[in-house]
Design a protein around this ligand. Sequence first.
Ligand code: ADP
Ligand code: MG
Length: 315
Amino acid sequence: MSRIVVALGGNALQSNPKDVSAESQLASCRLTAKAIVSLVKEGHEVIVAHGNGPQVGQIVSTYETASKTAGGYVMPLPECGSMSQGYIGYHLQQSIGDALRKEGINRSVATVITQVVVDRDDPAFQNPSKPIGSFFTKEEAYKLVAMENGYVMKEDAGRGYRRVVPSPMPKRIVEENIVRTLAEAGHIVISCGGGGVPVIEDEDGLKGVAAVIDKDLASEKLAEIMDADVLLILTAVEKVAINYNRPGQKDLDTLTAEEAEGYMREGHFAPGSMLPKVQAAVMFARSGPGRKAIITSLEKAEDAIQGKTGTVVTN
Ligand code: ADP
Ligand code: MG
């Protein structure tokens, strides 16, 4: 039996990126639930983390559109992030719960709305770079910046203006004790959705900040804190490759932390997609003896845990 933190990518929640309907998300979650329950069935303890890019984008866009009318108000990003955790958590709870019952497994599923502490001095705050929400004209963009304290809008490759936010490093998971307690009692916990709601900490307590934490890095932090054996990053490819989509592409079965660093320096992993996964895998593999990370596809989750496929990252 292992304790596994599963990091779900965008394709686990939406099979068609153009279809952001709740119905299609729920259908994807039902397939994802099968993969998760296959691990539970084998006796593993599973903690689930997931992305939220399209979902939080949809929520933010809805408020941005509403703000164009008189009296409009743009909901702050931490609140939008927490809404996306609830929305996605609801679908995962329902589908994983149903799949468990179908297998005759008597366990419960809970979503923990998760706050993740970031450092107020994180250099990322000086350089907001992660685009979020709708595209705007220059005039609309200026209006939003004037109206909304702290909005930064950037021109996005000729497609219009878009809001950008910082992506700081995760430091601490506020709800770690409740996640651990639930997992140790045998329940399936969903935590750190969308990388967690980023908060900064001061004498008065916690305060949400307009930022986005990378979900692979947050999942890594969660796996470390939960003393997991495996960080299982599920995405759209079965294995990590070098020379990806280029002549000489080679899919990797194993990767040591040192090899990974060399490949990162050579630019084999796309920033914002494969790079944070490899970074997270290396950090986790180095965080304690016997810990390993596996990067594979949702469909191959079970095979990968049995050692049959995926890219296994060790120290
Ligand atoms: P997720 O939503 O699961 O976080 P992303 O789309 O952000 O996934 O990143 C995974 C994608 O990264 C893969 O589907 C693949 O297209 C791309 N990718 C970039 N570089 C590589 C690489 N070196 N090896 C494999 N996949 C890569
Ligand atoms: Mg993605």
